[in-house]
Design a protein around this ligand. Structure first.
Ligand code: F6R
Length: 591
C-alpha cells in the first residue's frame, strides 16, 4: 500500500501535492517524493521519513506534478528507492502503488539494452519501459508499456516536455478528483477533499489522460464515460474509508491482505527458499503480544506438518535464559520489526550461533537488518494499535512455511494449498456475520471479566481473542486450555463471568462440548464460536458465532477474525477509544 497523487491546474503543484500526500500518510509513511514540471525539465525532491514531518523543502514553481508516500515492498526505505522514479534521461517520471511481479526479468531485459537503473524498486522498470515506447505521445507509450507488466498497479506518469498526466489502474485503487479548472488523480479520496468532493472511481483497465482542459478515460482501447460522484464524507471519515475506526477498516482489509501475501509466495510452488532450515534440529519462535500468539499457532502447524520440534518463547524472557542453540533455527515474528525485546532476542540468538529468520511487515525495519533471512507479510500499514490484519498475514506466512517444510506427499500439500487459496473468500463470509457478532457483543459488553477456552489449536486462538478483548475494551479477559479450567479458574465461573468457547471441528470437539456443559452448569453465559454446519452446539450455549466450515488447521484465520469483530463491537458498545487504547503504543521500542 502506498499513496499516489497527481495534479494539473492553476495552483502551485508542489503545495497541492504535499498537502494531499499528508492525507494519504495512513497508506505508507517510510519515505515520500514529489516531481514538478518546471520549463522543460522535471524538478524532483525525495525524503526518507513521514511526509507529515516535512517543514522546509524547496522545489521550483510549476502547475503539473506527481507525488508519492511510500510503504516499501521492493527495496528498503531510502531516498533512492522513494518515488517518483525516472527514465535514463530524467524526462519521464512515474509514481506507482502495487507490485510488479515480473520486474526482475523486465529489469534484466532493459539493462541488457543499456538502461541504467538507480533504485532497487520494481517501479523503476515502468519508467524505462515507457521510455522505450515513447515517440511523442505519452498515452500511447504508457499503453504499450503496461502490456509488459504483471501484478497490480495504479500508476501516474508525467513527461518533462508535455502538459499532461497519464494514469492507469489495475488491481490498485485510483480516483480522479474533478475541480474547476484543475484535476487531481490519487489513490484515495481524502487526498483531494480539501479541493473538491467530486470524484470518479476508475475501474480495472482504465487509462486516463488529464490535461489543462479536462480528462479522457479509455478502457480496452475505447473511450469510456465514468460517473462523477459527490463524496458526502468528511476528510477523517474518508481516511478510514467510511469505517468508524481504523481497526474495523483493517479487519475488513483481511481478505485482500491474504490475497497479497499469497500472491507474494505462491505460483505453481511455494516460493520460499528454505535453505535456512538445512540441518536444523529444532525451531524456536521469539515474539511479543499478538506476534507471540501467531508463533504459538506456528508451533501447532509446523509440528503437525513437519515433525520438527518447536518451542515458543516470549522475547522478553528469552533474553535472560537463552537455551542451547547449536542446530537451532530462531524465527522472530514482528509486525513492526522494531519491538525492542524481539530485536534483543534476535541479537542474542545470533550471538549463540543460531540462524535467525524474521517474519515481518515493515520493509527495511531493524529486524530485517538483524535477520539472516526475511519473510515479509503483505499487510500494508496498520494504524490501529490492536494488530488484526497483520496477525492474519503472519498466519498465512506460517502456513506456507509449514507446508514448504513439510514432508507430506505433494498431492496432500497441494490440497492444503488449495484450501489456503480460498481463505480470502472464507474470511469474506465471516465478515458477513458482522451484524450477528455485533448483537452478541452487546450482550457481553457490561461484564468486567471473561474467560476464553479452547483445546489444541483453539488455545492460542483463544489467547489472541482474549488479548484483543482486554486491550481495546478494558475487560479482564483470560484464556485457558479448556482442560485447565477445573484446576482453578472454575472458581471464577458464575453469572458474572461469561465464557467464550472455541469449538474446533477436529478431535477436540466432543470433549469441548462436555466442557461447555460443565461451564453452563455453573451458570456462566456461554458464547460459542463454531462452524456453520454445527447443529449440535446451540443446544448447550447462549449464543453462537458462526464461521464457515474449513479444515481445522485453517480455523486460526476464520475464528480469529470473528473474535477480532467480537472485541471491536464490545469495545464500541463500552465507548472505548478503540484505535488508541489507553497506555498502549503501536511499536514498543523500549525493553
Ligand atoms: C496487540 C499488539 C501487540 C503487538 C506486540 C508486538 O494487538 O499489537 O501485542 O503484537 O507489541 O509487536 P510487533 O509485532 O510489532 O513486534
Amino acid at each position: 500500500m502506498c499513496g499516489i497523487v497527481g495534479y494539473i491546474g492553476f495552483r502551485r503543484a508542489d503545495q497541492v501535492i504535499i498537502s494531499a500526500l499528508k492525507r494519504l500518510e495512513y497508506r505508507g509513511y517510510d519515505s515520500w517524493g514529489v516531481a514538478v514540471k518546471h520549463g522543460n525539465s522535471l524538478e524532483i525532491i525525495k525524503r526518507v521519513g513521514a511526509i507529515g514531518d516535512v517543514e522546509n523543502y524547496s522545489l521550483a514553481e510549476g502547475n503539473i506534478g506527481i507525488g508519492h508516500t511510500r510503504w516499501a515492498t521492493h527495496g528498503k526505505p531510502s531516498e533512492i528507492n522513494a518515488h517518483p522514479h525516472t527514465d535514463c534521461d530524467n524526462k519521464i517520471a512515474v509514481v506507482h502503488n502495487g507490485i510488479i511481479s515480473n520486474f526482475q526479468s523486465l529489469r534484466e531485459e532493459l539493462e541488457s539494452r543499456g538502461h541504467k537503473f538507480s533504485s532497487e524498486t520494481d517501479t523503476e522498470v515502468i519508467a524505462h519501459l515507457i521510455e522505450e515506447e515513447y515517440r511523442g505521445d505519452l498515452k500511447e507509450a504508457v499503453m504499450k508499456a503496461i502490456k509488459r507488466l504483471r501484478g497490480s498497479y495504479a500508476i501516474v506518469v508525467m513527461h518533462a516536455e508535455t502538459e499532461e498526466l497519464v494514469a492507469v489502474k489495475y488491481k490498485s485503487p485510483l480516483v480522479i478528483g474533478v475541480g474547476d479548472g484543475e484535476w487531481f488523480i490519487t489513490s484515495d479520496v481524502p487526498a483531494v477533499l480539501d479541493y473538491t468532493n467530486r470524484v470518479i472511481y476508475l475501474v480495472d483497465g482504465d487509462v486516463a489522460k488529464l490535461w489543462n482542459d479536462g480528462f479522457t478515460i479509455w478502457n480496452n482501447g475505447k473511450e469510456v464515460e465514468r460517473k462523477v460522484e459527490t463524496v458526502p464524507w468528511s476528510i477523517e471519515d474518508a481516511e478510514k474509508g467510511g469505517y468508524e475506526h481504523f481497526m474495523l477498516k483493517e479487519i475488513h482489509e483481511t481478505p485482500r491482505v491474504i490475497e497479497d501475501t499469497l500472491f507474494e509466495y505462491l505460483s505453481e510452488d511455494i516460493k520460499i527458499d528454505v535453505s535456512f532450515s538445512a540441518g536444523i534440529s529444532e525451531i524456536v519462535f521469539v515474539a511479543c503480544g499478538t506476534s507471540y500468539h501467531a508463533s504459538l499457532i506456528g508451533k501447532c502447524l509446523i509440528e503437525k506438518l513437519t515433525g520438527i520440534p518447536v518451542r515458543v518463547e516470549y522475547a522478553s524472557e528469552f533474553i535472560y535464559n537463552p537455551p542451547p542453540m547449536s542446530r537451532t533455527l530462531v524465527i522472530a515474528i514482528t509486525q513492526s520489526g522494531e519491538t525492542a525485546d524481539t530485536l534483543e532476542a534476535m541479537r542474542i540468538a545470533k550471538k549463540h550461533g543460531a540462524r535467525v529468520v524474521t517474519i515481518v511487515n515493515v520493509l527495511g525495519s531493524t529486524a530485517t537488518r538483524i535477520a539472516d533471512y526475511v519473510l515479509y507479510t503483505r499487510a500494508g500499514p496498520e494504524i490501529s494499535v490492536a494488530a488484526t490484519k497483520s496477525f492474519t498475514a503472519q498466519l498465512v506466512v506460517l502456513y506456507l512455511l509449514a507446508l514448504k517444510l513439510s514432508k507430506l506427499p505433494g498431492s496432500e500439500i497441494e490440497k492444503l494449498v488449495d484450501e489456503l487459496r480460498i481463505m480470502p473468500e472464507l474470511v469474506r463470509r465471516v465478515l458477513e456475520y458482522e451484524e450477528e457478532i455485533e448483537q452478541i457483543a452487546e450482550e457481553i459488553a457490561d461484564f468486567e471479566g471473561m474467560i476464553y477456552i479452547g483445546r489444541g489449536i483453539g488455545v492460542p486462538i483463544a489467547m489472541e481473542g482474549a488479548l484483543k478483548m482486554k486491550e481495546i475494551s478494558y475487560i479482564h479477559a483470560e484464556a485457558y486450555p479448556a482442560g485447565e479450567l477445573k484446576h482453578g479458574p472454575f472458581a471464577l465461573l458464575g453469572r458474572d463471568t461469561p465464557v467464550i468457547a472455541l469449538l474446533i471441528p477436529d478431535k477436540t470437539y466432543e470433549i469441548m462440548l462436555n466442557n461447555i456443559k460443565e461451564v453452563k452448569a455453573r451458570e456462566s453465559l456461554v458464547v460459542a464460536v463454531a462452524d456453520e454446519d454445527d447443529a449440535e452446539v446451540e443446544k448447550y450455549v447462549d449464543f453462537v458465532i458462526r464461521v464457515p466450515k474449513t479444515n481445522s488447521v485453517f480455523t486460526a484465520i476464520t475464528y480469529s477474525v470473528a473474535l477480532q469483530l467480537l472485541a471491536y463491537y464490545t469495545a464500541r458498545k463500552r465507548g472505548c477509544e478503540i484505535d488508541k487504547p489507553r497506555n498502549l503504543a503501536k511499536s514498543v521500542t523500549v525493553e
